[in-house]
Every structure is written in C-alpha cells, then in structure tokens.
Design a protein around this ligand. Structure first.
Ligand code: FAD
Length: 385
C-alpha cells in the first residue's frame, strides 16, 4: 500500500477533504469522459462547486465568501482533484480559485470586486488569466496587446493564446501594454468581461492532453474597458504577475504530485492483476524495482509538497521556492506517468486506461505557468544573488 505520513492537515482539514472526495465522486468523476469529448467541463459543474462552497474560499463575507484564510483548504481541493485523475478539472477550477481570484481580490477596485467576486464565488462567473500571446510566451515583456487611455475608459486591442478556461470564461484578467516604450514597466492588468463589445474567442484547441480543458484564443478589437477595471496601478502589471505567479507555480506543483500519485495507484492495482509467463507482472524483479523507485520518489515528493503547503500558509514561499516546486514535481509527474504506461504494456497506450490519459495530460505541466527552463532561470537567479 502506498501511504505517506502527513502532519500538515488537522481534523477540520480532513473533514473538508472527505466532503470534497464525496463531491468529486458524485459530481466530477462520472462526467469527466463526457467533458473530455466536449473539450470542456460543464457550466453546471461550476455552479455545483459554488453551491458547495468550494470556490474562492478566501473571499470576505461581504462578497458572500467564507473568509477562510488557510491555504491548506485550497491545497486539499487541488490534491483531491488530482488524485481523482480528472486532470482538466484539476487544472481549471484551481486556476479560478488560486490564480485569477487573487488578482481581483488583491488589486481590484471596490467596483470591480463588487461586480465580479460574488459571481466567482457562486460559480456563475468562470474566470481566466490571459498573458500569453502568439508572439510572446516565456518572454512576457514582449506582449503586443495595448491598452490606450481614452479619458473615461481604456481601449484594448490585441490577442491572447492558450488561455485555460478561456472558452467558458466570463471574466478574464488581461495583461496589456499601457506604455510600449517602457518594457516591463509599461505593462498593466485589466479585468475584461465577455459581454464587452469587441471581445471574442476562438474555439477550444485540439490538445495532446487535458481534453476536458477549454483552452482557446481570445481577441480584443477596440474593447472599451471602464477605468475601474484597471487592476492596481498603471504600469505595475508585470510586478503583480511576478508576485502572483509564485502561487500559480506552487499550485501546478501540487496538482503534479497528486496526478502522479493517481497514475501510480492505478498502476499498483494493474500490475497485481495482469499476468504474463504464468505470474503477476508485479512478480518480475523489474516491476518491483520500478514500483520501489516510484514509491520512494513519490513519498519524498509528497513530503516536500506538504512542507511547501505549510510554508506557503505562513507566506514563506518565495518565487524561487515555487519555481523549484513546479520544476521538481512536474518532472516527477512526467517520469512517473511514463513508467506507469510502460508497466501497462499496450493497454497503457489506450485512451480508456487512466494511465494513458495521465501520460498525455502530464506533458504540458512542464510547459505552462512558465516553462521548466524558465523555472531554472528563476532558481539560479536566487542562488547567484
Ligand atoms: C494547455 C496550455 C494552457 C495554458 N494556459 C495559459 C493561461 O491560462 N494563460 C496564459 O497566459 N498562458 C497559458 N499558457 C501559455 C504558457 O504559459 C506558454 O505556452 C509558456 O509560457 C511558454 O511560452 P511559449 O509557448 O510561447 O513558448 P516559448 O516561450 O516560445 O518557448 C519555446 C522554448 O524555448 C525555451 N525558452 C524560452 N525562453 C528561454 C530562456 N530565456 N532560457 C531558456 N529557454 C528558453 C522554452 O523553455 C521552450 O522550451 C498555456 C499553455 C498551454 C499549452
């Protein structure tokens, strides 16, 4: 049996975990295959998450939130979604909770918070964050979308690509240049909503994995954005991105370890059932050694992830630490899912087997939220300081 001693979570967290587990078993897992075919989760699932109090739990009561300032609950939601193997939901829901919501909560004007946060809590409003453009991914300073001050509003033009939750999104945090001459200091963040004239979307991309995720392009053609939809101060967008990306990278790392554990658990069951040469696959020394290697590294990864959750709860995880977490845990996920496919033989390559999906879904984890090469840049910058 694969099990890890855990000290970070208390009784109240475990009760929350059980309610999430029950919810996932009832409302997520049975629908995941259908969502993969549709290239998106259902809108209804967002509403159900909201009805059960699983969205934006940090939000203050004045917006209808639970005001729970304990990151361990966020981590449990990510972990349980990951363990369920439903990777689309494991990425899309936390992106709303732990990545987009903080931008609006931390930097939004009173008007923007009042307009968007109640709907984000209830699941009526689905959110996304749009930084990447066709010509600018790793090199964010090279974005070309512009926001021009027109006195009583900003006029936004440009396009974004690869946007998670993009097709369903009602609310999108968008990075645009407010002063193209200033490089990073010329970037600002805005909240756009899908009803704004000139805002349109592409169809969801055909991706290698994460099939239940509605990743798409967004287009802005003379979109009039009210002044109160500017996040924070003009020209400080890049700074805000660098601050908030630490939690995004930690979340990707937490999803990675849970998705890896999910692939490993299904493989543990499979190798004991499957027979070859008159014995179980698990009787071969190679299989036993592979399982031991994976079990040991997953235990190490899980303890590391738990420690990061505790540290982040105390606001002690900096950019380099979050980058290390994203880098190490996503590399672990990719290695584990590849080994798990091998232990399944040909069945591991069949989409109906969870391990085939785990393999396809894992790959992108090393690419988004900053590629692992960019993570190494951020890690070494701190080392050489
Ligand atoms: C499924 C999916 C979902 C996504 N969701 C979102 C989202 O919700 N919002 C959003 O804004 N973006 C999103 N992205 C975009 C993602 O963050 C970018 O794809 C990523 O940052 C890499 O940018 P790029 O694709 O332009 O690659 P490039 O930047 O062109 O990189 C190509 C290669 O060059 C390497 N490279 C680049 N610069 C350096 C360097 N300085 N040193 C060493 N190597 C370097 C990279 O590591 C990579 O291997 C998503 C992408 C995918 C695939």
């Amino acid at each position: 049996m694969y099990s890890v001693i855990r000290t970070v979570f208390k009784e109240e967290h475990e009760m929350f975990r059980q309610s999430i587990k029950d919810f996932i078993a009832r409302e997520i897992s049975p629908y995941n295959a259908e969502w993969e075919k549709n290239k998106m989760v259902s809108r209804e699932s967002w509403k159900k998450l909201g009805d059960n109090g699983f969205l934006c739990i940090q939000a203050p009561e004045e917006y209808g939130g639970l005001n729970i300032q304990d990151f361990r609950y966020n981590a449990i939601l990510v972990e349980e979604l990951g363990l369920s193997g439903c990777s689309g939901p494991a990425i899309g829901y936390p992106l709303h909770n732990d990545i987009v919501f903080p931008y609006i909560m931390h930097y939004g004007t009173k008007e923007a918070k009042a307009k968007y946060i109640p709907g984000m809590i209830s699941g009526d409003l689905i959110s996304a964050v749009a930084m990447t453009e066709p010509g600018a991914g790793s090199d964010l300073q090279a974005i070309r979308s512009t926001a021009v001050d027109k006195g009583d509003h900003y006029l936004i033009n440009g396009s974004k690509t690869f946007i998670t939750n993009g097709y369903l999104a009602d609310v999108v945090v968008v990075a645009a240049k407010t002063d193209p001459k200033l490089g990073a200091k010329g970037i600002s963040l805005f909240v756009l909503d899908k009803n704004m004239e000139g805002f349109s979307k592409g169809v969801p991309f055909e991706k290698v994995g994460l099939h239940a995720q509605d990743t798409c392009e967004l287009f802005f053609e003379d979109v009039k954005v009210p002044k109160e939809n500017l996040l924070g101060k003009l020209g400080e967008g890049f700074k805000y991105l660098m601050t908030e990306l630490a939690q995004e990278r930690l979340i990707v790392g937490l999803a990675a370890i849970a998705l890896a554990e999910s692939a490993f658990l299904s493989t543990l069951a499979y190798v004991q059932e499957r027979k070859a040469f008159g014995k179980s696959i698990s009787d071969f020394q190679n299989t036993r050694f592979k399982l031991a290697e994976m079990g040991a590294k997953l235990e190490q990864g899980r303890m590391y992830a738990d420690q990061l959750v505790a540290l982040h709860n105390d606001k002690k995880v900096d950019s380099a630490m979050a980058s290390s977490a994203k880098y190490l845990l996503t590399e672990l996920q990719c290695w584990v899912s590849d080994e798990c496919v091998q232990l399944h033989g040909g069945y591991g390559y069949m989409w109906e087997y969870p391990v085939a999906r785990a393999f396809a879904d894992a790959r992108v984890q090393r690419i988004y939220a900053g590629t692992n090469e960019i993570m190494k840049e951020l890690i070494v910058r701190k080392l050489l300081k």
